[in-house]
Design a protein around this ligand. Structure first.
Ligand code: BMA
Length: 861
């Protein structure tokens, strides 16, 4: 064993005890990947004419780019584009492969994602058939490849036609309620469920080459997989097991493996023998005085880069590089004195999970650029989140998504891709799922952010509580089959695969495990509380229905007007118009928004005002839920709201719209998730004030309470000094309002005044909240003058605002601009307060922006 600075490293191979040398060899690698994404053409199979295509891409986006169809998201175009799913499509390209002259090389074509039923031909010979969009395919093509003019052709079969026979054979319908067709074919295809429609998304059943295509050239042997397992971790050292899978194209006895941490060569092996086929090598490694990886908010996301290099004689054949993080993550889900816990411990301590459910960012997946991923992650981090759930009706995400989880410190809750319906369980189906699970487990398992695998979304609760068993009138035999298939998939196959390929990770069969309709269930595991929205319960019910872990809850709103303008015309701006209904997929959508609005606000008759108030409503309702969950820590140890984003421009539960624009909700989430939080509960005239601290240190703090009237007169001010215990939630005030305010509140004051609570640490206001003495619709908000101007400061543009009286829900927008970001929006402005709001995500200058700026507030509508 040799020590290099604070990193010591030793390895034991299954085959030989290996000696160590210090020479780090880095040279041209025999394995090369040649990008084959350029120069594709496509056509409808039944037609003659070829058109240019984009790879990665989809048929829909290629048709649109060639002006063969209109914008699928515009108005009601979705309806007219359903024919595409019934057609077959062909893609082709030609390429040269000069390296084929070198007889030592082995060549294969690698497809990182084919959507979904595809036959692939090289020089007219079929090289593979694909039927699962969630796996990559590779086919050895050495003997078929020519030096010049190879033709690669892919025939995509209609996913509808491909699965119709399976439905007929089954002879019964699956309960796939989100599949927007009478014939529920989505269950038979291993294809993103949301493509078939969802209650926030359109139906676009895509086909296409949705991830990269490459020609891969290799020599003699290749590294198939590098798996790094953290076996132990303490302050002194981290012990790692490193497993290498090497595929040798022929037996050799002069291979060498070199391992590095960062740039540091920590080991070179003596010559080892590889048998033809798959070779598994195991090593041990140790990192001294490890630096830890922390979730966002608790510390740095330190990572170590571990590389394995494979040599033969002096030639480097291959290299595999993985970035790992050293941390412990435990999901504690066990019986306790209340019922059954569900919480996450990171580096030894329970951490409250603040996060969100993520859906694919586009109906057309390849349209999601790195910039769009960056923006989503920036927005999650800005909103103080530490967990994201990749929800089971979408896709196993792009590698870049997972890279950002690691880099930014977002713990990853990864569902397998099954949602809201029962699924088949025949041999063929299980085989496909097995391949898909192994492929994706191996792809993600080295990620330090990966906290847990979850079998599916809402299938167990669906089966037990959604009435499927009576609604579908299945025979006893079908019911038996459905439940037995469920058990095979989620209680046998998937947990066994996780155990085999990612042994230390927590597996959870289905989220949620408990039912929202039953209060007793809130003592057990996780819950999706849909009493608000689907159950039409008051937002206040969030206080009663607190689970041990909230993995979904939400409330809808429309995107802001500038985003609505992008898919509609002025004549569509009506809650009941066909276009607005097309872009509202929840069966109870617009009516429900209105119903809740009536409870708290005066419902504006003007559509644009309705959209605006709808966003305030969503933000206020959800803020209550998020705060309640944090207040109830440690009974409740996490809250992931539904949903972060959208896959098209529409009304939905999202906090960020399709164009990346933050709704009022996202600003509210940022406040509700702040590291230290002040939160209030006024029930009748009983006032409770809660303080929450997510840091692991005690904090000295000041709580400032002011009672003001809307005109700006201070009616009372109180400051108290306190200590916030580490990682805690406490009630610091639980009194009658009169006691807190020093006098009783008159009926006029009730309508004309508000309380402001500010939490100050080290002279900085870290959290604040406004508490009202009556609902917005009963308040007498004065008409206000909000003065605005755009100023330039240190090369940045800001909106400067001031108001003459208390102002609710200040919304800044810019005509025709749907992507501009404002550092704050939909905020309260106090009388005589001056505020600067930073403008970003625009190339417009001060003059342009001044001309198109608009300001709205609740007072003036
Ligand atoms: C949840 C999700 C989705 C759905 C949402 C809103 O439970 O899992 O299926 O979009 O509810 O209904």
């Amino acid at each position: 064993m040799k020590i290099h600075r604070n990193i010591s490293f030793y390895l034991i191979s299954l085959f030989a005890l290996l000696a160590i040398s210090c020479s780090s060899k880095q040279q041209k690698i025999a394995k090369q990947e040649i990008d084959l994404n350029a120069g594709w053409e496509f056509k409808q199979s039944s037609k003659e004419k070829w058109y240019p295509a984009t790879v990665p891409g989809t048929v829909h986006t290629d048709l649109y780019a060639n002006d063969l169809i209109p914008d699928p998201f515009y108005r009601q175009n979705e309806k007219d584009l359903q024919w595409i799913e019934n057609e077959a499509w062909e893609y082709k390209k030609t390429f040269d492969a000069p390296a084929i002259k070198n007889k030592d090389f082995n060549f294969s074509l690698q497809f990182d994602g084919l959507d979904t039923y595809a036959d692939v031909f090289l020089n007219d010979k079929k090289i593979l058939s694909a039927d699962n969009m969630f796996v990559g395919y590779e086919s050895e093509v050495t003997s078929l490849l020519k030096e010049k003019g190879n033709e690669l052709r892919i025939l995509f079969h209609s996913p509808i036609k491909k699965t119709e026979g399976l439905r007929q054979k089954a002879g019964f319908e699956y309960p796939a309620g989100n599949d927007a067709s009478e014939e529920k074919l989505s269950v038979y295809a291993r294809k993103a469920p949301y493509h078939y429609g969802w209650d926030w998304g359109p139906r676009f059943v895509t086909s296409g080459i949705w991830r990269d295509v490459k020609l891969v050239q290799r020599k003699t042997a290749t590294i198939k997989d590098l798996h790094i397992i953290q076996e132990s971790l303490d302050e002194q050292k981290a012990e790692l097991a490193i497993e290498l899978e090497i595929e040798a194209f022929k037996a050799i006895d002069d291979a060498q493996v070199q391992l590095l941490i960062g740039e540091k060569n920590v080991n070179s092996s003596q010559k080892i023998s590889l048998k033809e086929g798959l070779n598994q090598l195991k090593f041990k490694a140790q990192i001294d005085t490890p630096q830890l990886w922390w979730p966002n908010g608790l510390g740095e996301q330190h990572r170590y880069e571990i590389s394995a290099r494979l040599f033969q004689a002096d030639e480097q054949l291959d290299e595999n590089v993985q970035k790992i993080g050293l941390r412990t993550i435990e999901v504690v889900n066990e019986p306790d004195s209340i019922g059954e816990s569900f919480y996450v411990k990171v580096n030894g301590q329970p951490v409250f999970m603040k996060g969100v459910n993520y859906i694919p960012q586009d109906s057309f997946l390849p349209s999601v650029t790195k910039e769009r991923y960056d923006w989503m992650f920036e927005s999650m981090i800005d909103a103080n989140m530490n967990m994201v759930r990749v929800w089971g009706g979408g896709i196993y995400e792009d590698d870049y998504f997972y890279e950002l989880c690691d880099e930014k410190g977002l713990l990853l809750w990864q569902d397998f891709m099954f949602a809201c319906t029962m699924y088949p369980g025949d041999e063929d189906f299980l085989k496909k799922v097995e391949e898909e699970a192994i492929y994706n487990i191996k792809r993600i398992r080295n990620r330090p952010s990966l906290a847990l695998w979850c079998g599916n979304n809402e299938i167990q609760v669906g089966w037990e509580n959604w009435g499927w068993q009576t609604e579908f009138k299945w025979s006893e035999g079908v019911q038996q089959k459905l439940i037995s298939d469920y058990n095979k998939l989620f209680k046998e196959l998937l947990p066994n695969l996780v155990k085999t390929h990612d042994a230390n990770r927590f597996y959870y069969p289905s989220s949620p495990i408990s039912n929202w309709g039953n209060l007793d269930d809130f003592k057990i595991g996780d819950n999706h509380y849909w009493g608000v929205w689907w159950g039409k319960k008051e937002f206040e019910s969030f206080k009663e229905y607190v689970p041990r872990f909230m993995s979904e809850f939400g409330f809808q709103s429309f995107p802001a007007m500038e985003s609505i303008k992008a898919f509609s015309e002025a004549e569509d701006w009506d809650l009941n118009s066909d276009v607005m209904n097309q872009h509202q997929k929840s069966s109870i959508g617009n009516v429900t928004i209105k119903e809740y609005m009536q409870r708290d606000y005066e419902v504006p008759s003007d559509f644009q005002d309705f959209v605006y108030v709808g966003q305030l409503l969503q933000a206020e309702g959800m803020k209550l839920g998020l705060e309640v969950h944090r207040r109830r820590m440690p009974y409740c140890m996490g809250t992931l709201y539904w949903q972060l984003n959208d896959c098209w421009p529409a009304a939905s539960w999202s906090s960020i719209d399709y164009y990346g624009k933050w709704k009022a909700l996202h600003y509210a989430v940022r406040e509700a998730f702040s590291t230290q939080l002040v939160s209030t509960d006024l029930e009748g005239d009983r006032l409770k004030v809660f303080l929450v601290n997510d840091e692991w240190q005690t904090k000295d703090a000041q709580l400032q309470i002011t009672w003001n009237d809307f005109k700006g007169n201070i009616l009372m001010k109180k400051i108290s000094e306190l200590k916030l215990a580490a990682n805690s939630s406490e009630i610091v005030i639980d009194k009658h309002l009169t006691e807190v305010l020093g006098k009783s509140v008159s009926p006029t004051e009730r309508q004309n005044s508000y309380l402001k609570f500010a939490l100050v640490i080290d002279g900085k206001e870290v959290s604040k909240t406004f508490t009202f003495l009556t609902k917005p619709k009963n308040q007498q908000l004065p008409t206000v003058k909000v003065a605005t101007s755009i100023i330039e400061k240190d090369g940045e543009l800001y909106v400067k605002l001031a108001t003459d009286a208390f102002t609710t829900g200040v919304e800044i927008s810019f005509d025709g601009q749907k992507e501009i970001h404002l550092s704050d929006n939909y905020f309260y402005l106090e009388a005589n307060e001056e505020k600067l709001v930073k403008i970003s995500r625009t190339s417009l200058d001060k003059e342009d922006l001044s001309k198109i700026m608009k300001v709205k507030c609740l007072n003036n509508i």
